[in-house]
Design a protein around this ligand. Sequence first.
Ligand code: MV4
Length: 506
Amino acid sequence: MTPPFRKVLIANRGEIAVRVIRACRELGIIPIAVFSEADRDALHVRQAFEAYCIGPAPSAESYLRMDRILEVAREAGAEAIHPGYGFLAENAVFAGKVVEAGMAWIGAPPAAMQVMGDKVSARQAMLAAGVPVVPGTTEPLSDDDEAVRVAAEIGYPVMIKASAGGGGKGMRRVESPDQLASALRGARSEAGSAFGDDRIYVEKCIDRPRHVEVQIFSDGHGHHLHLFERDCSVQRRHQKLVEETPCPVLTPETRAAMTQVATRAAAAVDYRGAGTVEFLLAPDGNFYFLEMNTRLQVEHPITELVTGVDLVHAQIAVAAGEPAPFTQDELSQNGHAIEVRICAEDPANNFVPCPGRIDSVRLPGGPWVRVDGAMFGGYEVPIFYDPMLAKLVVWGRDRPAAIQRMKRALSELVVSGIRTNIPFFIQVMRHGPFVEGDYDTGYIERHLGKDLRLDDGSKAEIAAVAAALAAFRSEQARARRVEPAGGPGAGSSWTMAGRLKRLGRS
Ligand code: MV4
C-alpha cells in the first residue's frame, strides 16, 4: 500500500501532535513537527522525523504564525498539513492558504468552517436543513424591544448568546423581563470586547441539559457518515473533564434520530473529514443543535475504542481524495469507553493551572487502557499553553466494566513533582450519581465541595511528604551517631526543607 502523502506537517504541539505523528508512522508517512522555543524538549519534537522552530513561546508568535508554518512546510516538502485541534484548526484563512500553496488540508472545508464559526449563520443553515435548533431568533437582535417581544413569545427563562461566541462567553441566562435590559447590555459588551463583534441573539433556555455530541465523518464522495455519540456533560466552566460513549441515557430511538440529524447537518454544509455536531439533550428527551465543531476533537479516542475506526487515518485518507475507509453499515458501538483529561492543575486550589517540572511518570497499562499524552519524567510543563498532560482512555464490555477499569488505571497512574487532577477523577469514578449515569452539565458545580471533595489528593501528597521528611530526619539522626560531622549524610533537615521549597514542593 502506498501512503497517500510522503510528508505531512503537524501544525500543533502536545498530545495531539504526538497522536497525529503516530498515525503518520503507521501509514508510512514522514511526520514533520514544528515547535516554539518553549517546546524544544517536547515529545512531539523528539518523535518527529524533522522538526522546525517557528518562534518564541507565546502562541501568537509561534503556533498561530501562518506565514512561518507555511514557509517551513514548503522548505520541508510537506504535501499536507494536519492542524490538530485549537490553534489554527478552525481558521478558514489558514486552510485557504494551505490549499493555495498546493498542499492538502487535513481539516474541514473553509466554507463549512465559516458557516459554523458564526452561531447565527449556523442556526440559519441548520434550520434550512431541517435540523432542530433551540427556539429563538434567527437574526441578530436589532434592539432591546425585539428581545423583550421574542422572550415573551418563547417564554422565560431565556438565554442571551453572542453570535461570535463559544465556550459560554457573552452568554447570559435571564429569568424574567426585568433582568433583560441589563443582561443584554452585559452580553453585548462582553461579546464586543471578547470577539470584536457585539451581535447577540435570544433563545429558549434548556434547563439541566446534557451535552451529547455526534462524531460525523464525510469523504467528499457524497458519503456523510456518523460514528455515534459522546456524552461530554461532565465539565466545569466549559472545560470538559470526563467523556463517555455510549451516552448512558440515550434511547435507541433518540440515538437514531440524533445521528441522522447530525449527518444531515454535515451534508448541509458540504462537509469533508472529521467533525462533531453538538446537541443539548433536554430531560424530556428532546434534543437541539448547539454548534458544530469543524475539527478532530480532544475526546475522539473514545469513539475510536467503541467503533474500531482510526479517525486520524481516515482524515488523512479523505484529505488525499480517497473515499471513507468504512461504510455506515460496517459501523457499530461495541462496549463502552471513558476518557478523563489529566491536567497539571490543583484541584485543592480551585483547579488553577499548576505548571512545573514533572519528576517522574508511571503510566498505567494492561488490557484496554490507552494513554494519549506528551508528558515524561523531567518534562517541564510550559505556562504558555493548555495544561492538559494526557488523556487516559479505557474500554470495557459495558459501562460498569469501563468504570472499574478506569479506577484501576487511575490508581496505577503516577505523576510526581506537580499537582494534577488525578485524585479528583478517582472520586468521580466512585461517586454515586456518576456511577448511576445521573448527571447533566451542572453536575460538577452541584456536587463540588459537598459529596465531591477536592482536597483529598493534595492532603495525601502532604502526608506523603511529611512521612518522607520524618523518615529522612530519623535516618539522619541515626547516621549522625555513627559518622563524623561533615561526612556522608550530614546536613540538617532544614537544608532539606529549603531544597524542597526551591523545588516548589512545600
Ligand atoms: C445553552 C444552555 C441552555 N439553553 N443554550 C454553554 C456553552 C455554549 N457552547 C452553549 N452553552 C449552553 N447553551 C440554551 N438555549 C446551556 C449551555 C451550557 C452548556 C452546554 C454544553 C455543555 C456545558 C454547558 C454548561 C453550561 C451551560
